[in-house]
Ligand binder design. Sequence first.
Ligand SMILES: Nc1ncnc2c1ncn2[C@@H]1O[C@H](COP(=O)(O)OP(=O)(O)OP(=O)(O)O)[C@@H](O)[C@H]1O
Ligand SMILES: [Mg+2]
Length: 357
Amino acid sequence: MIELQGLTKRYGDKTAVDHLTFTVRPGVVTGFLGPNGAGKSTTMRMLLGLDTPTSGDVRIDGRHYAQLSEPLKHIGALLDAKAIHGGRTAYNHLLCIAQSNRIPAHRVSEVLETVGLTAVARKRSKGFSLGMGQRLGIAAALLGDPEILMFDEPVNGLDPEGIHWIRNLMKGLAAQGRTVFVSSHLMSEMALTAEHLIVIGRGRLLADTSMADFIEKNSRSYVRVRTPQPERFKDVLTAAGHTVVTTGDGSFEITGTEAAQLGELAAQHQLVLHELSPQRASLEEAFMQLTAESVEYHAHGAVTPGAPPPMPVAPGAQQWQQPPAAPPAQPGQPPQQQPGGQQWGSQWRNPGSGKGR
Ligand SMILES: Nc1ncnc2c1ncn2[C@@H]1O[C@H](COP(=O)(O)OP(=O)(O)OP(=O)(O)O)[C@@H](O)[C@H]1O
Ligand SMILES: [Mg+2]
């Protein structure tokens, strides 16, 4: 378990981390999200004693990192995959870490096998690609077989097979009852991997909630309806008090109701439906909605501070509503189905789950 209490870090007049209080619990993958410069890496560095908090406290299983007698057996971390001695082979890099932390040497081969680097174990790491470096960093994190794992953007540079592998690895580690804390900017990947989310912006806590609640609270969900009798159904819907958005492709988007109710309404009026599908917004949409005002670094021509996230209405979209009705629903992006029960674990090209037993 990782516990932060009022954790704050200032660099001169810049407050990188601002009174963060949250707990990262075992048994689930906890995603750590925030725009560039939000303070994620600074938080992680303080956790490992690599930076000193200006105020507040951060503990690993109730103790400060410096108080852990054999820290790599408590917490394994990947912060910077490039922070390795390029002249050392992958094997020797890990052996150095193992020997200086009283970790048996056989773990080196085990973790190299786990991350799929056995074939290049005797190669100097300076020749490694970005993805190979990430894998070596993950191997180092797993070396001490720790109960807590922390990864700062581990997916960077990994190929699709590697992304799939690390997703399964993290979920597998959490399923073993370990604490897994991971930052990433890849929202689609995070949606598949994390069950719980900590979101920060400009150093402050914005959300500490389950993935499902986060998406629910920070984005709209709606029902998409497609019918060959659009005018009649539109009349029925507005008469029933629903706000209807027609999209460019001729379908309707209706918020604030359930698919079942709309299906029954259509049946009562003997209307044919070609589609009746509940739509949930993506994690990306929810994240951008929540953090719109916390984004510090904008690309030229991108969203402006304080502006809502880019959620364009489909071309040609129009709205009808029954007065006096609620304000029109916020137009949304073309909906993305939220991935639910991800199948995993059947085909591991990278052997092992990191436990090495
Ligand atoms: N050593 C340092 N000296 C001065 N300022 C720093 C230092 N380290 C971080 N900062 C500042 O603290 C803020 C938070 O940086 P941090 O690297 O923690 O953000 P992040 O959330 O990890 O961002 P990213 O998503 O880009 O990795 C930034 O404004 C950064 O410039
Ligand atoms: Mg960072």
